[in-house]
Design a protein around this ligand. Structure first.
Ligand SMILES: [Fe+2]
Length: 429
């Protein structure tokens, strides 16, 4: 064999060895490795001082799914945590038959933590069949009447023109994370509904992945208080936000502190009947001892974009109760534009005793063009076509409300004074 041929063969064998030993490593480095547990998150509904549902996803069904938790950091050492909660609800995210050929299944897991101490940081590690996540932490709601803040936003679904475009949602989630890290005593997110398109739950699951962007660098999870939107009526919603022994159709009361109560309503079921009766008794029971009383739901009573008649059912069934019990602020979504109404009472401006409605959904969904000529959007109201998230700061003397844009610019800024001192006295208005 000529020497030159031997040289070529040696070089080829060396190249082959390099390919065998190095290229797979390079390929592995390029493809992100999916961790055994992901989509880690916290759900608040009832009793956030003492309860939470912690949720996560796996690629395999698995058999044993638990959350390890403690009031002391244990660094992800599962055996070191003082307490363990076993998942109460597991299953495969629902898909349609047509999905089976090309959709990779995934499995949800939900563990209910009860008996928690208020205003306490809990360190948690998610475990599926022994594969343990990094350590995260979350803070329970306060049991004292203190000053604190919440985020409010809605409509984090993607648009209809490009089902793969979710960049704006990611940017808004990163904005929420920055606010979560910067604002002292910010406890959670009030979400007004419409998380994603149905196909997105089934095929891509990026809402869950994108929500992970709200988790701080230090691993603090942002609790979410969800309302049901019109895009959340099919598959997915119950698999995302379950609560053990839940006895109503996603309308519920969340006492955030002894002086601040949030009522979440469901615009995707009957507004009257049981829901209206429940709303009346709940507002009546909460008002005397509550400085700040809020309502959150998806479809607005006072739209920024849709025609006036669109909100008639909310105005007929719920607004009279908001006015009877002097709700302080109403949180709406669905229209895809920023708004603040002027104070409204009896379907007319009332600067002294009216109720302000804010919204209308800007956590990533493409924004629409609102109608600034409507009477309820006149000064001191406003409206604008811009992505946004509200920061609600609950003080003793005032509630400071700001609407932040994608780049931290402030689009709206106002302060409400309390109608009611939480002394047990009933309102006289
Ligand atoms: Fe909607």
């Amino acid at each position: 064999m000529p020497f030159s041929v031997q040289i070529v063969r040696v070089l080829r064998s060396i190249a082959a060895m390099i390919a065998v030993s190095i290229l797979p490593a390079l390929a592995a480095a390029e493809e992100p490795v999916e961790p055994p547990t992901f989509h880690h998150r916290v759900l608040w509904m009832k009793n956030p001082q003492h309860e939470a549902v912690l949720s996560w996803t796996t690629r395999e069904a698995g058999e044993r799914h638990v959350v390890h938790y403690d009031t002391v950091s244990r660094g992800g050492d599962a055996a070191a945590y003082a307490m363990t909660a076993t998942s109460f609800k597991d299953g495969m995210y629902t898909m349609k038959d047509a999905d089976a050929a090309w959709v990779q299944p995934a499995y949800y897991h939900h563990a209910h933590l009860a008996g928690l101490a208020p205003d306490t940081i809990y360190y948690v590690a998610f475990s599926s069949d022994g594969a343990v996540s990094r350590e995260f932490h979350f803070r329970t709601a306060p049991a004292e009447d203190i000053e604190f803040a919440m985020l409010f936003g809605g409509d984090s679904r993607i648009g209809t023109t490009d089902p793969y475009e979710h960049t704006d949602r990611q940017k808004m989630n990163l904005r929420m994370r920055a606010l979560f890290e910067e604002i002292p005593n910010l406890y959670g997110l009030i979400h007004g509904g419409d998380y994603c398109m149905l196909a997105e739950w089934r095929y891509l699951q990026p809402w869950l992945s994108d929500h992970e962007l709200t988790t701080t660098e230090a691993g603090r999870l942002l609790p979410i208080i969800p309302a049901r939107g019109n895009h959340d009526r099919g598959i997915g919603f119950e698999e995302m936000f379950p609560w053990p022994n839940f006895d109503r159709n996603y309308y519920y009361k969340t006492p955030l502190t002894p002086a601040v109560t949030l009522v979440t309503l469901n615009t995707e079921t009957t507004l009257g009947g049981d829901q209206r009766d429940w709303l009346e008794s709940t507002l009546q029971g909460a008002r005397p001892d509550t400085r700040w009383l809020l309502a959150s739901y998806h479809r607005p009573a006072f739209s920024s974009v849709r025609p006036l008649q669109d909100g008639a059912s909310r105005r007929d069934n719920w607004v009279p109760l908001f006015e009877k019990f002097n709700v302080d602020l109403v949180l709406e979504s669905h229209d895809h534009a920023l708004k603040r109404t002027m104070p409204i009472r009896s379907s007319a401006p009332d600067l002294e005793k009216g109720i302000v409605y804010i919204g209308d959904g800007g956590l990533g969904v493409p924004q629409r063009t609102p109608d600034p000529t409507r009477w309820w959007l006149q000064e001191p109201g406003m409206t604008k076509s811009v992505h946004h998230v509200h920061v609600l700061e609950f003080g003793m003397e005032g509630m400071h409300v700001r609407a932040f844009g994608m780049d931290a610019e402030i689009h709206d800024d106002f302060t409400l004074t309390p109608r009611n001192a939480p002394t047990g006295a009933t309102t006289t208005q």
